[in-house]
Design a protein around this ligand. Sequence first.
Ligand code: ZN
Ligand code: ZN
Length: 157
Amino acid sequence: MDDAELQAWIEQVSLASFGRPFVHRARFNRRLTSTGGRYFMKSHDIEISWLQWETYGREETEKIIKHELCHYHLHLLKRGYKHRDPDFKTLLARVGGSRYCQSLPQARPKQAYKYKLVCADCRTEYLRKRKVDVRKYACGKCRGKLKSYPLDFTKPS
Ligand SMILES: [Zn+2]
Ligand SMILES: [Zn+2]
């Protein structure tokens, strides 16, 4: 799958599910990991996360495409194109789009880390899966003293 194929795919979904053409640009974004897709209000372009495609494949990615196309078409039609707008909700339900742009898991599952080491000097944080004897190791950046906290007891940063 490359950008040209993605473009053709989105054009086809647009006609089939919305009965309207997609006449702007679509591309994969290889660095986009927090959301499955994005719609750009200024350029009207759509970006799809490469990770979304790789992780979930065609069916789930098509739902993201429909979600972004809901933003796209409603915005161009000057209708309610934001998540909370009734127009958006109605259209999304009709075409079967994914409910959220954000459908990606964290690239690294947080549960895997059990300890957070914090440098007492420069405040750099390190995540570790196993308990580390902080008397034996120093901060990798400034050689300062490290403190270890079990992750369950720290506030999410
Ligand atoms: Zn959205
Ligand atoms: Zn440090």
